[in-house]
Structures are given as C-alpha cells and as structure tokens.
Design a protein around this ligand. Structure first.
Ligand code: IMP
Ligand code: MG
Length: 183
C-alpha cells in the first residue's frame, strides 16, 4: 500500500521505501562482516518484523537460518501493557548458535530485554539485536542493540510491518500516525 492511500491518517512520512532499503543494505553489510565465517541464526519477532526479516536477510550475501518467535507485550492500543508472553516459541535449538534477534522497533525495550534474557538462558554462543527503529526517549529497560537503523522521536509510527490495530503493516513507507486515528 502506498502512503497516498492513507495520507489523511499520517502526520508525516518518516522513511520512504527507498530509504528503508538503503539503510537495511548498510546494516546487512555490517552484519555480514561481523559474522564472517560463523553460522548465523536470525530470529524474527512476529508479526512486526516480517518485512525487516524479508529485506534484511535478502540483502545479505551469505547463508542464514531464519526462525520465528511470537511474543505479546502490547494490547491493541498504543501503550505497553508491561506483560510479555510467548505465543509461539522457536523451533531451533540455540545450543552453541550465534543468534541475531531482528525486530522492527524498540520502544520501552521491555519485549527485547525479556527476550534476550530468555534466549540467553538456552546456551547460545552469542545473542545480539538488530532493530530498524529505536525510540531512545521511551526506553525503560537496558537494551543494547548492536545494529540500529534509525533513532526516532517518541511518537507512534506505522508501516513496513508496524501496525495500529493490525492495520498499516502493508504500507511501504514508515509514517507517524495522526492522533485523530487513535483518540
Ligand atoms: P517495547 O517492548 O515497548 O520495546 O515494544 C514492543 C513492540 O511494540 C514492538 O516490537 C512493536 O511491535 C510495538 N511498538 C512499539 N512502538 C510502536 C510504534 O510506534 N508503532 C507500532 N508498534 C509499536
Ligand atoms: Mg506490534
């Protein structure tokens, strides 16, 4: 879906499809260099990370394995409920694996700090985080992603996997949601 279709719902377009692809390409090169000669398991966090996983992994010129987890820390609104639950666990055994968790956004950091602790307890060789977006002002838990696409202001954004009530995930660009949509 193009931003024109939902332009009344957006305050602005933060990142276009082209900008997103460009930044993911840079991140992919960095990851390739860092993991050279090592086997890599990319863990995607459903459902928001589907687009990032698809484009980030295809931008890598190497083999990767991809596995998925679904966790829930949000209700259907725009604020964190503070509760993390596993809705779908990994199929892979993490023993001795180099694990890269890929997410689309770090907001409070609650989900990822919990996920890092959880995956780290399963005997992996390493656990790192790559995220397309981060809201530094919203951070409540110590989460240190090794790869960050962009830092953004503390506003609710949609598109490129990011939803509001399951909508806008298929928007090609990332934009700031207008308050009239959720208030
Ligand atoms: P955190 O645990 O607060 O860091 O964020 C957990 C999840 O909330 C993210 O992976 C997203 O799925 C969702 N989320 C956080 N901020 C936004 C936003 O601005 N737009 C859409 N989803 C968001
Ligand atoms: Mg979400």
């Amino acid at each position: 879906m193009d931003a024109d279709t939902v332009q009344d719902d957006l305050i602005n377009i933060l990142f276009t499809e082209e900008q997103i692809q460009g930044r993911l390409g840079e991140m992919a090169k960095q990851i390739e260099a860092d993991y050279e000669g090592r086997d890599l398991l990319v863990v995607g966090v459903l459902r928001g990370a589907i687009m990032v996983i698809a484009d980030l992994t295809r931008a890598m010129d190497r083999h990767v394995e991809i596995d998925w987890m679904a966790v829930s820390s949000y209700g259907s609104g725009t604020t964190s409920s503070g509760v993390v639950r596993i809705l779908k666990d990994l199929d892979s055994d993490l023993h001795g694996r180099h694990v890269l968790i890929v997410d689309e956004i770090i907001d409070t950091g609650l989900t990822l700090s919990w996920l890092v602790a959880n995956l780290s307890s399963r005997g992996p060789a390493s656990v790192e985080i790559a995220t397309l977006l981060r809201k530094p002002e919203a951070l409540q838990m110590p989460v240190e992603p090794k790869y960050v696409g962009w830092d953004i202001p503390n506003e609710f954004v949609v598109g490129y996997g990011l939803d509001y009530r399951e909508r806008y995930r298929n928007l090609r660009d990332i934009g700031t949601l207008a308050p009239h949509v959720y208030s």
